[in-house]
Design a protein around this ligand. Structure first.
Ligand code: IDP
Ligand code: MG
Length: 144
């Protein structure tokens, strides 16, 4: 199995509800290690860029409004099959369809305000991580 990195976001609803710690605990208990993390309040341009893949969808403007409504906690998780594992821990996009015990079942309040984001593939993980973190912040350099 491959060691991967993935981008995780605790969205503004999750931060506002005080669930950063609860959500990170789920990652850590399930073998995903935090390699970088920070609280960041997106502006509209950054939110539009991040979700550009959805720009033609009817929910796009509402999604951007939501993502700039308060700070997010962005982090990079690392572990075996981290991308798929994170998505399993998050559960389905719509919390009504998410399995019991998943982050979205526990903490999401609807299909839009669904507590967390997670990258969906190796390539998108790379691009999404680079939206928020430099090599220095990822500790990707020779320390000796
Ligand atoms: P994902 O977050 O599970 O990967 P995507 O389909 O990539 O789901 O959608 C990105 C985000 O857009 C979702 O997490 C959710 O916040 C929002 N979203 C997706 N579908 C809908 C919808 O039908 N109505 C409103 N918001 C939606
Ligand atoms: Mg997605």
């Amino acid at each position: 199995m491959a060691i991967e990195r993935t981008l995780s976001i605790v969205k503004p609803d999750g931060v506002a509800a005080g669930n950063i710690g609860n959500i990170l605990a789920i990652f850590e208990k399930n073998g995903l290690k935090l390699v970088a993390g920070k609280l960041i309040w997106l502006n509209r341009q950054k939110a539009r860029e991040f979700y550009a893949v959805h720009k033609e969808r009817p929910f796009f403007n509402s999604l951007v409004d939501f993502m700039v409504s308060g700070p997010c906690f962005v982090s990079v998780l690392e572990g075996e099959n981290a991308i798929k594992k994170n998505r399993e821990l998050m559960g389905a996009t719509d919390p009504a369809k998410a399995d019991a015990g998943t982050i979205r079942k526990l903490y999401a309040t609807g299909i839009e305000k669904n507590a967390v984001h997670g990258s969906d593939a190796v390539e998108t993980a790379k691009v999404e991580i680079s939206h928020f973190f430099s090599g220095l912040e990822l500790n990707d350099y020779e320390r000796s």
